[in-house]
Design a protein around this ligand. Structure first.
Ligand code: MG
Length: 502
């Protein structure tokens, strides 16, 4: 590949050409969204939300225009399409289906109720008052059920919602992953805790840091990871995120909480993984429907690979100790620092969870979403079910709704079916690690030098350059010959925390 035109067929070229208008609006939305979280003066949000919702409507109108759909149908009928062309048709068909199968009344109500619900949720969480949020939650799950019915599904209504975030993922498939994962994770967790080598608490969690020092530490870390500063920037926001304007302008953010410095470091490495994916998409796909990641799960596998498999690895932390944090005297020795970065403890809050317990939090949410969408439980059952599952999976029980069923923003935004992509990300990251070691040998040779270029290049060739040319499962099959499977992840944890052979 290179920057030659990979879209050859006239029918597809016409579609891709027309799509540049949609891409341009999305480019504007990305920049506006990034600006909200970073530099916009607070009250700007009122006008910004009008502008953004109008632009969203414009995009929706462009996608559902007769001429556009006819162009898509012509491309669908064309024979002998190459992989890129088939990718364009697949991605645009999904987009058109979403906007044409769901009645505008539902899209409109969901958008109205979720913008209210986000405010109500924040309030309910602050007051620890589930009843305040409950009617909104009931309505949102009701609308999600309607959406599932309109989109259609083969086995379970939740399949239709999962597919929105992770193309092709089914309830049955994810349930079988969770059923294998939960006992494995629980057993590893029990052994880590009874052995005590990896601490549940570390004094560095309370150690204050100088924000300016951490800013320069993060800058050095980005240099070690490797990036082109003309195409990537790091800013600050309340919650870390990645936003891509295109394949040559990707922005990441972090936050500085003033203590527990591993949190800002790991967030930078995590977002770097997301950013690198977008930055290494092939130039020939620029401004096309394929110029983004294959799915949320594959995207998260990139961030989790860098955060867990690189950032929390012993050689990376040794290098951090000797060459980056050296002189700040935050830790007695590299092994102490390694154990600080790899604290393991069951906690109530998902976003604070470590790599061993994190997916147990997702299992709780998956179980509740699945049963609520099928109608086996309703919003009255959710708080108790949440607490019971936490007790069963993690051995701890929330005493407040704000630390239980009210903790996450996702449902208030109408994101039902999103959580499983986090678990897929971690599982796939471990599978990537195994596949990479088969090709490159021990990753630690590269991390300890550090020379991460071969790792970046491997990811570019196997995953990044394709953008969303292939659906996620097909990408993994073609590039690595694998199906999604939790075995690699469990054995990675076993080697790292139990036998300590990593
Ligand atoms: Mg992420």
């Amino acid at each position: 590949m290179g920057s030659e035109n990979v879209f050859v067929r006239r029918e597809v070229r016409e579609l891709v050409e027309e799509y540049i208008d949609i891409w341009s609006l999305q480019h504007a939305l990305s920049l506006m969204g990034w600006d909200i979280e970073t530099y916009m003066p607070e009250d700007g949000v009122y006008e910004r939300s009008i502008a953004m919702s109008r632009i969203n409507l414009m995009i929706q109108r462009m996608i559902t225009r007769r001429e556009f759909i006819e162009k898509l149908e012509r491309a669908e009928k064309a024979e002998d399409l190459n992989d890129y062309e088939r990718g364009v048709v697949r991605v645009l068909r999904r987009l058109v289906d979403y906007y044409t199968k769901i009645p505008p009344r539902i899209v409109e109500e969901l958008s109205r109720i979720t913008s209210e619900a986000s405010v109500v949720w924040r309030n309910a969480k602050a007051k620890d008052d589930y009843d305040l949020f409950k009617p909104y939650l009931a309505r949102i799950f009701g609308l999600e059920r309607e959406i599932a019915n309109h989109l259609g599904y083969r086995e379970h209504p939740y399949d239709a919602l999962l597919d929105l975030y992770e193309e092709g993922l089914t309830t049955r498939e994810f349930k079988s992953i969770i059923d294998r994962l939960v006992p494995g994770l629980k057993s590893i967790l029990d052994r880590i805790i009874s052995e005590g080598y990896f601490p549940q608490y570390h004094r560095l969690e309370e150690e204050p840091y100088d924000v300016n020092i951490m800013r320069s530490v993060n800058k050095k870390i980005l240099e070690i990871l490797g990036h082109n500063p003309k195409r990537l920037r790091l800013d600050e926001s309340a919650h870390p995120f990645t936003s891509s304007m295109g394949i040559w302008d990707v922005r990441i953010t972090t936050r500085y909480e003033g203590k527990d410095f591993r949190r800002t470091i790991l967030s930078v490495i995590h977002e770097y993984g997301h950013a690198l994916y977008e930055l290494q998409i092939d130039e020939s796909l620029r401004a096309s429907p394929l110029a983004t990641g294959a799915s949320l799960g594959i995207h998260e596998s990139q961030s989790r690979f860098w955060e867990l498999m690189i950032g929390k690895s012993r050689p990376f932390i040794e290098n951090l100790y000797r060459n980056v944090l050296n002189g700040y005297l935050w830790s007695q020795d590299p092994e102490d620092l390694y154990r600080y970065f790899n604290i393991v403890r069951p906690s109530l809050i998902r976003v604070d969870a470590d790599e061993v317990t994190y997916n147990l939090h997702i299992a709780v949410r998956f179980e509740i979403e699945r049963l609520a969408i099928s109608g086996e439980i309703n919003v009255n059952d959710m708080p108790e079910m949440w607490n019971d599952l936490m007790d069963r999976y993690l051995g701890i029980k929330p005493k407040k709704h704000s630390e239980g069923v009210l903790q996450d923003i996702h449902w208030s935004q109408g994101s039902v079916g999103y959580f499983p992509t986090y678990t897929l990300g971690t599982i796939i990251a471990a599978q990537l690690r195994d596949a990479m070691e088969k090709d490159l040998g021990s990753l630690y040779n590269y991390i300890s030098t550090p020379n991460l270029a071969p790792i970046r290049e491997w990811l570019r060739i196997k995953i990044h350059r394709w953008g969303s040319t292939y659906a996620p499962k097909e990408l993994l099959k073609r590039s690595l010959g694998i199906d999604i499977d939790p075995t690699s992840y469990l054995s990675y944890l076993e080697k790292k925390y139990i036998t300590k052979t990593l």
